[in-house]
Design a protein around this ligand. Structure first.
Ligand code: IVH
Length: 675
C-alpha cells in the first residue's frame, strides 16, 4: 500500500516535471518538442492523480495554470525594494546629456560607456517572488512601493515558470513586463466582436484588463506573455553577478523569456545605432515596444551612479516618437484608384505622429467608416506605424459635438462618372474606366513604376500634368512624347525632358511578365504576372487562354481568371496593347534549341502534375524536338499528357477524342525519339 502510494507520488512529480518542461519549450523557447495530443494525455493523467489524492496538489502544478478561485479583491503588498521608473529621452540631445553625465560621474575621461540595450516592452510591470525556486507571489507595480497581489492570474501566464529551472538562491525576485502578443490581441478582439463585447484599444490595455480579472479562469483564456528584465536581491548562490548582461543570461537559465534583441552597445553612437536598428524591426515584432532601455552594463558602476528621486541615474528609456495622436477630422473626401476603387480619405487638422506631420489618413472603405462609427467633425485617434500609411483608428465619442454623417457620393469627383457598389464587395467604383482622368493617371503611374516598365524620372506630378494637358491619353502616348513638347511643361528643363524621353524609349525592351504586370489588370499583381508569363511564354498564348486554362496555374482561382479573361476580351484594352506593339514594345522570346525533329508539328497539351518533370521541363522536352505545347484542348491537338489531378482538360480531350497519354507513355515517346 505504502509502496503504491510512493509510486503515485513519484508519478505526480514526473508528470509535473514533463509538463513544466513542455510549457517552457512551447511558450518561452518557442520550440515545442511534445505533440499537443501527448501533452493533453499527460495533463489529464495529472489531473486525475490530483483529484484522487488532493494532498498531492501543489501550487506549482501545471494544472493550476487554468485559473483557480474567484477573489473579492486584490490584496495589497509592499515591494521588497521600490519598483522605480525610468527617465525618458525624447531627442538625441537627451541621450548625449545622459551619456555625458555618466562619463563625468564615473570619471571615464575619453573612454566610452558600455550599455546593455533592450526593448522597452509596452505592457505592465510585475514583480515575481520565488522561494526555494517556487513562485509564491506576483505583484503589480502599483505606486512603486505598494502593488496588488495578482498571483492567481499570473500563474495562468505560460511563459512564467512556476518553478525556477537550474539552481537558484532561496529567495529570488524577478521583475519584468506582462504583455499581450499582437496576434493574441487580434484574436481576443475578434472573439470580443463575435460575443458582442467591447473591443480593447491596444495590446497594453488588453493585457491590463486581463490581469485585473478577479476570476483567474478568465485571465487564463487571455493568452498573456512575460519578458523578464531584472533580478532583485541576492542573485546567484555562489559568486556574484557583475553585469546586466549576466543578469539577462541568468534569467534565461531560470527559464524566463527575455528579449532576443538585447545587446551591448558603446557610447552615444552605439545607442543611436541600436535605436535606429530596432526602429526598423519594430513593425514586424510579435509584441509592442515603445522605446529602448539603456542601462550601464557594469553593476558596480550602477551602484556608484545611484538614484535621483525615483529613477536610477544609470538607465534611460529612449522613446520612439508616439505612433498615435488625437486630432480633428475636418472632412472626408474620396480618392479614385487605378481600378476605379473609391477610397474615403480623412482630411485632418495637421498633427505630428511618429515624427511626421500627418494631414491625411486612409479610412479604407465605407464599411470601415460605419464599423468604426466615424463622423465628420469627430476627434479621432490617428495612427502611423513605421512606413505604414496613416489611418484613423477610432473616434473619441466623449468629445463628439455637432458632427456630420459621411455619405458616399454617387458621381465620381474626378470625372462625374457613375459610382456603383459591386455586389458582394465592400468597394465602390467609378465606372468610367479609362475615360476617368484619375484612373488614367493612376494607370499610367503604375505602368511606369519600377516593377512594371521601370521608367525612371516620371513622378506623380509629371503624370498629372501629362494627363491634364492630354499629351498622354494612353500608355502608347508615352512613347510618342518628344523632348521639345515635354519641355514646354511647368518646371521642365530641356535636359530633363531629354532624359525622360530617353528613359521612356529604353523601356521598350522589357519582358513578358513586366509587360503583363504593367497593364494593370485587376487582381494581377507582380507574382501572378510572372506566373502567367512562365506558363504561357507568349502573349498570343496568354490571350487565347480560356478561364479554365488560366485556372490550371496554381494560385489562380476563378476570380483572378475572370478578371484576366475580361481584360483581354475588351476591345479597348486590346487596342491599347496593339498600339504599344506598334510603338516597338518587345521582349526576348526564350528560344529552345531544337535537338531533333521527331515531334515536329506535334501539338501537346499538359494537364495535372507530372512526377518527373516540372511543367517547364516537359514543355522544353517537347519543344526541343520540334513540337509545341499549347494550353487549350482542341481537335488539332495530338496528345494530351495527364499527370496527377488532371483538370477539366481531360474531360474535354475525351469528348473530342484526342489521344490521351500518361507520364509513362510521354517518357517513352520522348526517349524513343532519342535513340
Ligand atoms: S528596467 C529601474 N527594462 O518601463 C527601473 N524597464 O519607465 C528598471 N519597462 O516600470 C526598469 N521594458 O515596467 C526596464 N526592458 C525594460 C523595460 C522596462 C519596459 C518598463 C518597466 C518600468 C517602466 C519604467
Amino acid at each position: 500500500m505504502n509502496d503504491d502510494y510512493s509510486k503515485i507520488k513519484t508519478r505526480a512529480n514526473v508528470l509535473r516535471r514533463i509538463l513544466n518542461q513542455a510549457n517552457h519549450e512551447y511558450y518561452t523557447l518557442d520550440d515545442p518538442k511534445l505533440l499537443d495530443s501527448e501533452y493533453d494525455q499527460l495533463f489529464r493523467e495529472l489531473i486525475s492523480v490530483e483529484q484522487k489524492h488532493p494532498e498531492l496538489l501543489i501550487d506549482d502544478s501545471p494544472t493550476q495554470r487554468v485559473g483557480s478561485k474567484i477573489l473579492d479583491f486584490f490584496p495589497s503588498v509592499s515591494h521588497s525594494s521600490p519598483m522605480l521608473s525610468l527617465n525618458n529621452a525624447i531627442e538625441a540631445s537627451d541621450v548625449n546629456q545622459f551619456d555625458r553625465r555618466i562619463k563625468d560621474l564615473l570619471q571615464l575621461g575619453t573612454a566610452e560607456v558600455t550599455y546593455f540595450a533592450e526593448p522597452k516592452f509596452d505592457g505592465l510591470a510585475i514583480a515575481l517572488q520565488y522561494v526555494d525556486g517556487v513562485l509564491v507571489q506576483a505583484a503589480t507595480r502599483g505606486d512603486g512601493t505598494t502593488g496588488e497581489r495578482v498571483t492567481e492570474n499570473i500563474r495562468t501566464v505560460r511563459s512564467i515558470p512556476l518553478v525556477l529551472r537550474g539552481v537558484a538562491p532561496n529567495v529570488v525576485e524577478v521583475r519584468g513586463e506582462v504583455v499581450m502578443m499582437k496576434r493574441d490581441f487580434a484574436d481576443l478582439n475578434r472573439r470580443q466582436t463575435k460575443a458582442g463585447e467591447k473591443l480593447f484599444a491596444n495590446p497594453r490595455n488588453a493585457a491590463a484588463g486581463s490581469l485585473r480579472q478577479l476570476d483567474s479562469k478568465i485571465t487564463a483564456t487571455r493568452k498573456l506573455s512575460f519578458f523578464a528584465y531584472s533580478l532583485e536581491g541576492p542573485t546567484k548562490p555562489n559568486g556574484a553577478v557583475q553585469s546586466q548582461l549576466e543578469i539577462s543570461n541568468l534569467l534565461k537559465e531560470y527559464g524566463f523569456a527575455t528579449s532576443n534583441l538585447s545587446d551591448l552597445v558603446k557610447g552615444v553612437k552605439g545607442i543611436q545605432h541600436f535605436f535606429e536598428h530596432v526602429a526598423i524591426l519594430r513593425p514586424n515584432l510579435d509584441y509592442e515596444i515603445d522605446g529602448i532601455v539603456y542601462k550601464v552594463n557594469g553593476l558596480e558602476d550602477q551602484q556608484k551612479l545611484g538614484y535621483v528621486a525615483r529613477a536610477p541615474k544609470y538607465a534611460i528609456a529612449y522613446k520612439f516618437p508616439p505612433e498615435e495622436e488625437i486630432t480633428k477630422l475636418l472632412d472626408i473626401e474620396v480618392q479614385v484608384g487605378r481600378t476605379g476603387a473609391i477610397t474615403p480619405v480623412a482630411r485632418l487638422k495637421p498633427v505630428r505622429v511618429g515624427g511626421v506631420v500627418v494631414t491625411n489618413a486612409t479610412l479604407h472603405n465605407q464599411d470601415e467608416i460605419v464599423r468604426k462609427q466615424i463622423k465628420i467633425g469627430d476627434y479621432v485617434v490617428v495612427r502611423r506605424a513605421g512606413d505604414v500609411i496613416p489611418e484613423v483608428v477610432r473616434p473619441i465619442i466623449d468629445k463628439r459635438e455637432g458632427v456630420k454623417e459621411f455619405t458616399m457620393p454617387t458621381l465620381c469627383p474626378e470625372c462625374s462618372g457613375e459610382i456603383v457598389k459591386e455586389p458582394e464587395e465592400s468597394v465602390y467604383r467609378c465606372t468610367a474606366g479609362m475615360k476617368c482622368c484619375a484612373q488614367r493617371a493612376q494607370s499610367i503611374w503604375h505602368f511606369c513604376s519600377r516593377k512594371a516598365m521601370n521608367i525612371d524620372g516620371i513622378g506623380e506630378r509629371l503624370i498629372d500634368q501629362l494627363v491634364e494637358s492630354e499629351l498622354v491619353k494612353s500608355f502608347a502616348d508615352l512613347y510618342r512624347l518628344e523632348p521639345e513638347r515635354l519641355s514646354t511643361l511647368d518646371r521642365m528643363g530641356k535636359k530633363s525632358a531629354e532624359n525622360i524621353c530617353r528613359e521612356i524609349s529604353k523601356s521598350r525592351k522589357t519582358s513578358l511578365s513586366r509587360f503583363i504586370y504593367s497593364l494593370g489588370i485587376r487582381n494581377v499583381g507582380e507574382q501572378t504576372a510572372k506566373e502567367l508569363a512562365r506558363y504561357f511564354e507568349t502573349y498570343e498564348g496568354l490571350i487565347a487562354a480560356t478561364e479554365e486554362d488560366l485556372m490550371e496555374i496554381p494560385d489562380i482561382g476563378p476570380i483572378v481568371a475572370r478578371s484576366i479573361k475580361q481584360y483581354f476580351d475588351d476591345p479597348d484594352a486590346r487596342g491599347v496593347i496593339e498600339s504599344l506593339f506598334e510603338m516597338g514594345i518587345s521582349w526576348r522570346q526564350e528560344n529552345t534549341v531544337i535537338k531533333n525533329k521527331t515531334l515536329i508539328e506535334k501539338k501537346f497539351v499538359l494537364t495535372g502534375t507530372l512526377k518527373d518533370f516540372s511543367r517547364d521541363e516537359a514543355k522544353r522536352e517537347v519543344e526541343s524536338r520540334g513540337g509545341t505545347v499549347t494550353s487549350a484542348v482542341s481537335k488539332n491537338v495530338n496528345y494530351v499528357v495527364i499527370g496527377e489531378k488532371p483538370g477539366s482538360k481531360l474531360k474535354k480531350a475525351t469528348d473530342l477524342g484526342v489521344k490521351i497519354i500518361d507520364e509513362f507513355m510521354f517518357k517513352r515517346l520522348i526517349e524513343n525519339d532519342d535513340e
